[in-house]
Design a protein around this ligand. Structure first.
Ligand code: SER
Length: 853
């Protein structure tokens, strides 16, 4: 049996032998085509060639193309899981002719590959052609040995292929295989039967569908074919289902393993097919730079993941598991599509985070859904209201199609129209809130109908003359200006517009299509048609340029240090700081941040010159390998900003002419802004100076604070010591109450708990005061030994020749130690704590002995 790997290779080898250049798959995110959310066919990357806007070095090409069909004209999402041959992600094997061969060769070669190389049973193959396409009909009839009864004509729905609502299109001829018991049953063709499926579509592109719906004849004729790789593998591997081929079985086995369920019952099979399919879409899309979000393609991905999560619930799984299948997918496809291997970690992290955040609300949402259904059943209704669907969406994150899917499963429908109305109301609300908070709302305030593209002079000059071509309240448009209108994250310029003796402050500059609009302090005189001088605030602009160029260096450094999965996800360039958002799955370590900063500063010191490629064709820029920002749309002609041979990016912004002008870069913060997206903030040039000053100032303040605290600490410690001593002094009174009277004076002894000798001595002093006429002995245990202090009042030193040093020396001997000191106060110590009481008992005797001697 041929493996899928061999089948893919045989297709490419076959067309190589027919003079085709094998080209790589383009990413599933068509960053340069605003009409598409995802790449939906192999021909997408050649759209410019079909439309006569671009050329290639070859006239024939073939490849395997990663496709996603989940939105727009080609959307297979609803079918996926329920049948065995639709996918949201699939590979399309294709061959193309750009004004070279046409219908004859396309049909002959398709037939040759299918029936001679792969030996498919001819008697089971059908060819369909567009109803009026006699040429294709005759090619099949005369150039192949297909059963002529198997050549069928169909209408526009089945045999006229279009890329989207607009774009290249043309009649097509499809090849179907009938695997039913009756190979001649033509009624199964295009009837949605799993036993008779389309495997290859040969499109003869000759028109461009225009936005008004009309067809425009193209200059050349093209062949664009597409074969469903998963389907042809199922046919060649004799499987009834694409999911039984070696493309999917590793994924299904993995899902069985993780869920502990078998791919047996219908419920399990549907759920596992959905998950196996959706993980491919998610992995390839995220690896190519898309991220789940609340808008556009990001929202499509979110919907797909939520659909998969919900099917995991059908397998009784309540925790995130979908991300766990990524490694298996990478094992099976990572060598053909290395990008998924390179970005594996990021893909896993993003999916896991999404699963986690949804799973919190999913179970609760499912409960709410059930209660809605209960309520409807009681009311004998089968329509979920727009309000309920909206609540599920708004509160529990259920995309409309998920609610619809669940409704359909139990024979209910959703009031979609009301749902859309509620959505629209919400959008309006959020727009109004934005307006209220002063988001740029220049749109609509100025009549732009007769205005020509404004020439931007600000790459080379910061002041220039221009003629006022529009003036409206506080908005002024000149025919040419050095002012940069906010775009690509770089904020708009400020400065002055000067006319005669009037100096008018420009407080912001915005862009509106081809226009650059100066927002000024309101003026009440007419400048229309006047020639004025526009002067940009130079210091501010230079600071902005430093920060903008620095973001390019950071972008490149991030990719060098963290890996090429890092992609720009947004940026803000202001005079005082810069902000750079990028895809990465975990917090940057201190070392990584240092390495990035160091690398950027090295590139600053290397004084890399700016090479500014202005207004070059998009294709050329792409070929040069310039980095792109996925969120941006690019026109036919673009600017590329290059620093030495280090960094190269698509960019319309303004930049320093040499990296050394940046001065120095300092990263001031790093953090997460949403799942899989991190943000770096940094300062450059003067900003660093300011930053250092601020830091030093803080440091000074801190060290002053520290001194203060230290002083306070010492003071407090002293206070505590005094308080403690006072407590102990109270204990002395107890000892005094138990004093003994001998020979005309008193003796007092006791055990106190203190921490060191100093404290003990201090207590000794106090005791001595209180004794007036006597001898005192205090003992304490600290540092694993016994310590004593002995005190003798002055009168006894004189009259009785008592000596504290001698006494304490004798006492200490009893605990295995010794000591001594002056006659009025002396300390001593010993190791044998167990003998302490005995020693105290001997105190009186020792004094008596001393007196006798
Ligand atoms: N563009 C056609 C399709 O998608 C043939 O490649 O079916």
């Amino acid at each position: 049996m041929l493996s899928s790997r061999e089948i893919r290779q045989q297709f490419l080898d076959f067309f190589k032998s027919k003079g085709h250049t094998i080209v790589p798959s383009s990413p599933v995110i068509p960053f340069d085509d605003p009409t598409l959310l995802f790449t939906n066919a192999g021909m997408n990357q050649f759209k410019d060639v079909f439309l006569g806007l671009g050329t290639r070095e070859y006239k024939r090409a073939a490849n395997t193309q990663k496709c996603i069909r989940v939105s727009g004209k080609h959307n297979d999402l609803e079918e996926v899981g329920f049948d065995t041959y639709h996918h949201t992600f699939f590979e399309m094997l294709g061959n193309w002719s750009f004004g070279d061969y046409y219908k004859k060769e396309a049909i002959q070669w398709a037939w040759e590959l299918l029936t001679e190389v792969w030996k498919l049973p001819k008697e089971r193959l059908f060819a369909t052609v567009y109803q009026t396409d006699d040429e294709a009909f005759n090619c099949w009839k005369t150039l192949t040995d297909i059963n002529p009864e198997h050549i069928l004509r169909f209408g526009e729905k089945d045999n006229f292929w279009e890329m989207g609502d607009t774009g290249p299109c043309g009649p097509c001829s499809e090849i179907h295989i009938n695997l039913s018991d009756n190979p001649d049953d033509a009624s199964l063709v295009n009837a949605g039967s799993p036993l008779c499926i389309e495997i290859w579509n040969l499109v003869f592109i000759q028109y461009n569908r225009l936005p008004d719906g009309s067809l425009e004849q193209l200059k050349d004729k093209f062949v664009d074919t597409g074969m469903g790789f998963e389907r042809i593998c199922a046919v060649l591997q004799n499987k009834n289902s694409n999911y039984d081929t070696d493309i999917f079985t590793p994924l299904i086995r993995k899902i069985e393993e993780i869920t502990g369920k078998k791919y047996d019952s219908e419920t399990n099979q549907i759920a596992m097919r959905v998950i196996a399919d959706h993980i491919r879409t998610l992995t390839f899309a995220i690896a190519d730079g898309a991220l789940p979000s609340n808008e556009g393609r990001g929202y499509v991905l979110r919907r797909i993941l939520r659909r998969a999560s919900r099917f995991a619930r059908k397998l009784e799984i309540h925790e995130p598991i979908i991300y766990k299948i990524v490694p298996t997918l990478v094992e099976t496809m990572g060598d053909v599509f290395p990008e998924i291997k390179q970005n594996q970690k990021q893909v896993e992290e993003v999916i896991k985070a999404e699963e986690e955040s949804f799973s919190e609300t999913l179970d609760r949402g499912l409960e709410i859904f059930d209660s809605i259904i209960e309520k409807l059943k009681a009311e004998n209704s089968k329509v979920i209201s727009g309000e309920d669907a909206f609540k599920l969406y708004d509160t529990y994150g259920f995309p409309l199609d998920l609610t619809e899917l669940m409704a359909r499963e139990i024979g209910f429908t959703v009031d979609k129209q009301r749902f859309e109305e509620l959505m629209e109301e919400q959008r309006t609300r959020s727009r109004e809130t934005k307006k209220f908070f002063g988001a740029p709302a220049i749109v609509g305030k100025i009549d732009t109908s007769n205005l020509k593209k404004v020439e931007f002079l600000g790459y080379d000059k910061l002041d220039a003359e221009g003629k006022v071509v529009a003036q409206e309240n506080d908005l002024i448009v000149l025919d040419q200006t050095p002012f940069y209108g906010e775009a690509g994250g770089q904020v708009g310029d400020t400065g002055k517009i000067i006319y005669d003796n009037y100096l008018i402050d420009v407080v912001d500059t915005q862009r509106e299509g081809d226009l650059i609009i100066h927002k000024v302090d309101k003026i009440d005189f007419d400048l229309m048609d006047k020639t004025v001088k526009a002067v940009v605030d130079k210091l501010r602009r230079k600071a902005i340029m430093r920060n903008h160029s620095a973001t390019h260096l950071i972008h490149k450094a991030l990719r060098e240090i963290l890996g090429t999965h890092v992609k720009q996800a947004g940026s803000l360039v202001e005079p005082s700081r810069l902000r750079f958002d990028f895809t990465h799955y975990k917090k940057l370590s201190k070392e990584e941040i240092e390495a990035i900063e160091h690398l950027v500063n090295e590139k600053i010191r290397e004084s890399l010159p700016l090479i500014h490629h202005r207004n070059i064709p998009f294709e050329e820029a792409k070929k040069m390998g310039a980095l792109m920002f996925f969120g941006d749309k690019y026109g036919d002609r673009v600017n590329v900003v290059q620093f030495g041979d280090y960094s190269m990016e698509f960019c319309g912004g303004t930049h320093v002419s040499n990296t050394s002008e940046i001065g120095l870069l300092k990263i001031t913060s790093e953090g997460s802004i949403s799942s899989g997206i991190r943000r770096i903030e940094a300062v450059t040039g003067e900003g660093v100076e300011k930053f250092i000053d601020e830091q030093l100032q803080k440091l000074n303040e801190l060290s002053e604070k520290y001194e203060q605290l230290l002083e306070e600490k010492l003071k407090l410690e002293k206070e505590i010591a005094t308080l403690k001593l006072q407590e102990k002094i109270k204990e002395l009174d107890t000892f005094l109450a138990n004093k003994k009277q001998i020979d005309g004076f008193v003796i007092v002894s006791g055990i106190v708990q203190v921490d060191n000798m100093d404290q003990l001595k201090e207590l000794g002093d106090v005791l001595r005061e209180k004794l007036r006429n006597g001898v005192g002995l205090l003992a304490s245990t600290f540092d694993n030994k016994v310590s004593f202090v002995c005190v003798v009042t002055d009168n006894l030193i004189k009259e009785k020749k008592l000596n504290a040093g001698k006494i304490v020396g004798e006492v200490a001997k009893l605990v295995g130690g010794g000591g001594g000191g002056r006659p009025h106060l002396a300390t001593a110590g010993g190791k044998d704590i167990s003998k302490l009481n005995e020693a105290l008992n001997q105190f009186e005797l020792i004094i008596k002995k001393t007196i006798q001697n």
